[in-house]
Design a protein around this ligand. Structure first.
Ligand code: NAD
Length: 533
């Protein structure tokens, strides 16, 4: 049922918001904006039922109690990135969108990165102190230039891509390593994508702009530094734990690296961090985002998002999926999980950079095209998103990354009452995976590239593609057995006329890369792809 919009929206502002943002909210003729900072909690609980939007900072706990009281609330908006004070899951169940403002500080972080790099190259902090102390030692401060040098970027996202274009203007050769960005986007800004090793070997300056994930934790440690150019510079204005501080200290004292510029630390504030004692380290206290303009941007973006959400049902930068009612959420939940798992399976098993995601829906599931496509995208993008994995912002991120998204639906059921089929196309391959919910609750993967299957999507698996000749299964089993990998299930895909077969093997233990390569060397095996759900 279409929701009836109120004539007048009431907005409660409990946190500081700069006048530039407040003015935008107040300018909406059908908005009534009440600024009530420092409101006692009991008072807040009393007045909240009247409001449609709540603009806050970290001081207000948006918990179950508050969300239960907030009968008319549609949006909680919070400046900055942190959302620790909000019970996001419960907000989703109550149909309340929770928004933050990532990206509002992109330019601030970009300019700071370049600032600390130049400070390092020209020894500006040390020269400054020297002049202030009454010295005039021009020879002591011999710098290095950026022109003609190679800049290697790890993570070509919002910040990395803008650091790239700005340092291209310094006539640097810019290259990047980013396994998830589309070739399209990199080409558009004229930055060749290279493998990680090549990046390490070629860069005179290495700058990090990737999120902190399992994959990027200590991504720069002793063995990576060893592969870097002698006397290279390292810049980290992303997240501290991406660099192993011990290894960096060792490299900076041995002379392997000439210097480092850092805005972020493994522990913040850094306690007893030896790097801070070094004369070839420029350090700032995580101030990349701190500019007047970034703060104004946060306020303006926050106001624009609240307006778009209330008036146009647009939820950019919402970190959750507001669903109309709790009942609907319960109904949708298993479908969402299935969709996300299909996305996860795809991103782990299709080689290359994702260029297109196409989803077909059949049967009753077709009612939920929008949230389910988002859930597929979330599964695909999860390893590359920032710390907070978002539901609603997944389409925006896909768009920013030039990933085409297509969806079609048909209410006619096919072999199953409900079926969703997801095709992911990359610059190297294409794969289709279909799933269903048995009895509307039990998720099953029922097809991969036309091979019929019946797999419960939970656990560790291998996709084994092979020619259907006698003995293949046995030989694969023997190799796994010899490696101490227990096989829990073996599901064979329906054969096609070309005699290619596909099996999904559920394993109890992780399968080492060397074992996968050994299986792939078997005569009749085409490819082995591990994935985990
Ligand atoms: P973004 O999500 O727009 O871009 C991150 C990029 O990293 C993406 O293109 C992604 O594909 C890539 N990536 C993910 N995993 C990777 C991997 N394993 N190897 C290489 N690349 C990988 O994020 P953003 O807004 O550009 O922010 C980048 C970083 O800067 C984040 O860590 C963020 O927390 C940090 N940041 C710091 C400050 C500060 O105050 N110093 C301010 C803003 C952002």
């Amino acid at each position: 049922m279409e929701e009836v919009k109120p004539d007048r929206y009431r907005i409660l502002v409990t946190g500081e918001i700069l006048p530039e943002g407040l003015a935008l909210l107040q300018a909406e003729p059908d908005f009534q904006v009440d600024v009530r900072t420092g409101l006692p909690r009991a008072e807040l609980l009393k007045i909240i039922p009247a409001y449609h939007a709540l603009v806050t900072r970290s001081e207000t706990a948006i918990d179950r109690e508050l969300l239960d009281a907030a009968e008319n609330l549609k949006v909680v908006a919070r400046g900055g990135v942190g959302l620790d004070n909000v019970d996001i899951d419960y907000a989703s169940q109550k149909g309340v969108a929770v928004m933050n403002t990532p990206g509002a500080n992109t330019i601030a972080a970009v300019e700071h990165t370049i600032g600390i790099l130049l400070a390092l190259c020209r020894r500006i902090p040390w020269a400054h102190h020297s002049v202030r102390s009454g010295e005039w030692k021009r020879k002591k401060f011999l710098g290095t230039q950026l022109q003609g040098k190679t800049l290697g970027i790890i993570g070509l996202g919002r910040i990395g891509s803008r650091v790239a274009t700005r340092l291209q203007a310094f006539e640097m050769q810019v290259i990047a390593y980013d396994p998830y960005v589309s070739v399209d986007k990199a080409e558009q800004i004229g930055v060749p994508l290279v493998e990680f090793d090549e990046l390490l070997q070629r860069s005179d300056v290495l700058t990090i702009h990737a999120p902190l994930t399992e994959e990027t934790f200590h991504m720069i440690s002793a063995s990576e530094i060893a592969r870097m150019k002698d006397r290279a510079l390292l810049v980290n204005a992303a997240r501290g734990p991406i660099v192993d501080p011990e290894a960096l200290y060792e490299a900076l004292t041995s002379g392997k690296l000439a210097g480092a510029a850092m805005d972020v630390f493994e522990e913040e504030p850094p306690k007893g961090c030896k790097l801070l004692q070094l004369d070839n380290v420029v350090a700032t206290p995580h101030i990349g985002a701190n500019t007047v303009e970034a703060q104004i941007n946060v306020a303006v973006q926050l106001a624009e998002q609240v307006i778009a959400a209330l008036k146009r049902d647009e939820f950019e930068n919402s970190v959750n999926m507001p669903i109309a009612s709790r009942e609907e959420y319960q109904r949708l939940r298993p479908f969402l999980e299935l969709a996300e798992k299909i996305g996860k399976l795809q991103v782990q098993t299709v080689p290359g950079r994702v260029a297109e995601v196409s989803v077909e829906y059949y049967g009753e599931i077709s009612k939920y095209v929008k949230p389910l496509t988002v859930a597929v995208l979330k599964g695909i993008l999860a390893p590359i998103l920032r710390e907070k994995v978002n539901y609603i912002n997944a389409p925006y991120i896909a768009d920013e990354r030039h990933i085409r998204v297509r969806q079609t639906r048909s209410f006619e059921p096919v072999d199953y009452t409900n079926l969703m089929r997801v095709t992911v196309t990359t610059d190297q391959a294409e794969q289709t995976v279909a799933g269903t919910l048995l009895s509307r609750t039990i998720p099953r993967i029922v097809e991969i590239d036309g091979f019929g299957l019946d797999v419960e999507p939970s656990g560790r698996f291998l996709i084994v593609r092979n020619y259907d000749r006698p003995g293949v299964i046995g030989r694969v089993g023997t190799i796994l057995g010899n490696a101490g990998v227990n096989i829990a299930e073996w599901r064979l895909g329906r054969l096609r006329r070309d005699e290619e077969a596909l099996a999904i093997v559920k394993v109890d233990d992780p399968v080492p890369k060397a074992v996968i390569e050994e299986i792939e060397r078997l005569d009749d095996v085409v490819r082995v792809l591990p994935f985990e759900l």
